[in-house]
Ligand binder design. Structure first.
Ligand SMILES: NC(=O)c1ccc[n+]([C@@H]2O[C@H](COP(=O)([O-])OP(=O)(O)OC[C@H]3O[C@@H](n4cnc5c(N)ncnc54)[C@H](O)[C@@H]3O)[C@@H](O)[C@H]2O)c1
Length: 270
């Protein structure tokens, strides 16, 4: 029996490793056609290759989500490979640990350029493509399309010493709501996933920052302390985000838009 995302053309940015890689693998296993996009071309190729070896469909694309021409090229390659674009996961992100008073303008731009501006550009260019498909009839159903952004628990609460990271993720939630209001008339939905503490390379960066600034005294201390808050009693693995990704990519979520779903093992209740 075909799955609900069988044959859909799906881009996942930041899919060279971590959460994005696992989402790409999970959706490809369900029969979707993937574009594995990442700043690291090498990692994107490795993940796309592993999908093809498992019998799935995937192309690898090098992208810098901060660069509009690069994002346009990614969408162009997707349409060439899979015929159209149905869903984009704007998942690429960076983190940095800095005590509030030490955050510089450069730090702010580094984090917000990728996490907020990168998501804005990814949404704009994907929506333009989806609107064009609706006009020329190459889209699925009544046209439309699905935008799924990766926000964070830090998009719901401000965390010290991650103030600029938190601000970037609040921006993702705001962009998700604004696009939902703007493009509902086109049948385009925009939702976000808010993970909690996920065991990926990003947390190694965050945890290292806590140590570097003398906020913790041993490796993994920050990771364990934060993850310890989750009522389900363990940190997340990237696989924990695949179910919600599948739901948001499928027709099961067609009447949901503007929402930012916490999938964090029970850390933040709002
Ligand atoms: N790990 C967590 O605990 C956690 C929690 C909440 C939200 N998130 C969010 O989930 C997303 C994925 O995080 P992860 O934990 O898998 O991190 P990760 O560092 O393992 O992977 C992020 C990927 O994004 C890519 N990337 C970075 N800058 C890019 C750019 N300019 N253009 C294209 N790709 C770029 C990196 O090369 C990397 O492959 C991020 O948006 C992150 O903020 C992570």
């Amino acid at each position: 029996m075909p799955t609900k995302i069988q044959g859909k053309s799906i881009i996942v940015t930041g899919a060279g490793r971590g959460i994005g890689a696992e989402i790409a693998r999970g959706l490809a296993a369900d029969g979707a056609k993937l574009t594995v996009a990442d700043l690291s071309e090498e990692n994107a190729h490795a993940v796309a290759g592993s999908i093809r070896e498992a019998g799935g469909t995937a192309v690898a694309v090098a992208v810098d989500v901060r660069d509009r021409s690069s994002v346009r090229a990614m969408i162009g390659e997707t349409v060439r490979a899979h015929g159209r674009l149905d869903v984009i996961f704007n998942n690429a992100g960076v983190a940095q640990t800095k005590p509030f008073l030490d955050i510089t303008e450069e730090d702010w731009r580094f984090v917000n350029d990728v996490n907020a501006l990168g998501v804005l550009i990814g949404m704009q260019e994907a929506i333009r493509q989806m609107q064009a498909q609706a006009r020329d009839g190459t889209g699925t159903g009544k046209g439309g399309g699905k935008i799924v952004n990766t926000a964070s628990i830090a998009g719901k609460q401000g965390y010290e010493p991650l103030a600029h990271y938190s601000a970037s993720k609040f921006a993702v939630v705001a962009l998700t709501q604004a696009a939902a209001r703007a493009f509902g008339k086109d049948g385009i939905t925009a939702n976000a996933i808010c993970p909690g503490v996920v065991a990926t390379d990003m947390w190694k960066v965050i945890d290292g920052g806590f140590r570097e600034h003398g906020l913790t005294s041993r490796d993994n201390e920050a990771f364990e302390t934060f993850a310890g808050i989750a009522v389900l009693g363990r940190p997340s693995a990237p696989q924990d985000l695949v179910g919600v990704a599948r739901f948001l990519a499928s027709s099961d979520s067609d009447f949901m838009t503007g929402q930012s779903l916490l999938v964090d093992g029970g850390m933040v209740f709002v």
